[in-house]
Design a protein around this ligand. Structure first.
Ligand code: P1T
Length: 379
């Protein structure tokens, strides 16, 4: 079956009670039981909810995974995955991730006896050198937020598995339409569904997709035990969002390429980070591993002053954190999404005070380009 057919039908069975074509929002905290221990498979809504179950079927099918669990946010999904490691274990984390992911490792996980090292995984030789006897997990984002570095998922999987470590990929920037990490040997995929999967900037959520039954049981156990579940309303919204994922991602990809090409030619821009540019260091890999390049573009304006001018002059693009919605969003990673990354690490990666990130929406491209053009015409 094709991607859109799966997106529209997986998990989206007509409601058994009424025949409703759209999975209803089962807004209930509990379920009536016929007798003690006799019920319809639903006992308490932290543990099971039909709207959430439909979404879990849907996204796991899109990621080519047997199992999937929906969480209250992308961060709680990542946190659940990190509960697969224990005190005394070592984790390798890609050196450029969403700032909140770095913060979770640096400020939370480190308090529980789990060691981690940051590694530039765009070079497999760096990864090979980073393994320790107690390395249990390699966690990467590709393309990275916001520098858009691309990691070879097949190579990371091969090397990590040879060292007995599981591979986790945060696939938020691509969505399963543009990249399916499990097809390259990745063990666990995490998402912030807040972004492209929902796609309309009106829900916060997260997802874990995987094939290993034992790990899946543990993730489900964590989901129920900790309780960071996705609500029925949010499950409904994301389920509605994924139905149009393919058409939205095609449109984001098309507009993203044009914005990147426009910025590359602009005299005020010093550098553009977008894997679809032939000048991108991993352009060939991105072409091979991804179905497209997506709608995330970052660019260097040269100074905080210049970045502020662009961010304050835009009219159509909205200044704000987040990404992946139908509307174009523009942000300042150094002070917003990556403020929790120490300044020396940020600068080494290229997350300077002059860096601006745009989540290119699916408005008419002429309007997006006109807005960027007028925002960049400051003196
Ligand atoms: O916000 P939340 O749903 O908890 O997702 C966290 C998260 C995880 N992974 C990636 C790659 C992300 O980009 C994010 C959240 N990112 C932003 C809010 C942002 O503007 O970059």
């Amino acid at each position: 079956m094709g991607f859109s057919t799966i997106a529209i039908h997986a998990g989206n069975e007509p409601d058994p009670a009424t025949g409703a074509v759209s999975v209803p929002i089962y807004q209930t905290s509990t379920y009536a039981q016929e007798a003690v221990g006799v019920h319809k498979g639903y006992e308490y809504a932290r543990t099971q909810n039909p709207t959430r179950a439909a979404l879990e079927k849907n996204i796991s099918a899109l990621e080519n995974a047997k199992f999937g669990y929906a969480f209250a946010s992308g961060m709680s999904a990542t946190d659940a995955v990190l509960k697969l490691v224990k005190a005394g274990d070592h984790v390798i984390l890609g050196d450029n991730t969403y700032g909140g992911t770095f913060r979770l490792f640096n400020r939370v996980l480190s308090n529980y006896g789990v060691e981690f090292d940051l590694v530039d995984t765009t070079e497999i030789s760096n990864l090979e050198q980073a393994f320790k006897p107690n390395t249990k997990m390699v966690f990467v984002e590709t393309p990275t937020n916001p520098i858009m570095s691309v990691t070879d998922l097949q190579a990371v999987s091969d090397v990590s598995h040879a060292h007995g470590a599981k591979v986790v990929c945060d696939n938020t920037f691509m969505s399963p339409y543009l990249q399916r990490p499990i097809d390259f040997g990745v063990d666990i995929v995490v998402h912030s569904t807040t972004k492209y999967l929902n796609g309309h900037s009106d829900s916060v959520g997260g997802f874990v997709a995987l094939n290993d039954e034992k790990d899946a049981e543990w993730i489900q156990f964590i989901q129920n035990s900790v309780g960071a579940i996705l609500s029925p309303m949010d499950s409904f919204l994301v389920l509605r969002g994924t139905k149009t994922l393919a058409v939205r991602m095609e449109a984001h990809d098309k507009n993203g390429r044009q914005v990147a090409n426009f910025l590359v030619e602009h005299p005020k821009i010093q550098k553009v980070y977008y894997p679809g540019l032939t000048s991108h260091p991993q352009y060939e890999l991105a072409k091979k591993q991804q179905k497209g390049f997506g709608g995330m573009v970052a660019f260097e304006t040269g100074s905080l002053d210049n970045a502020k001018k662009v961010l304050e002059r835009v009219k159509l693009c909205t200044l704000g954190e987040s990404l992946g919605g139908v509307e174009s969003l523009i942000s300042h990673p150094a002070s917003m999404t990556h403020a929790s990354v120490p300044v020396d690490k940020r600068e080494k990666l290229g997350i300077t005070d002059g860096l601006v990130r745009i989540s290119v929406g699916i408005e008419d491209i002429e309007d997006i380009l006109e807005d960027l053009d007028q925002a960049l015409s400051y003196s």
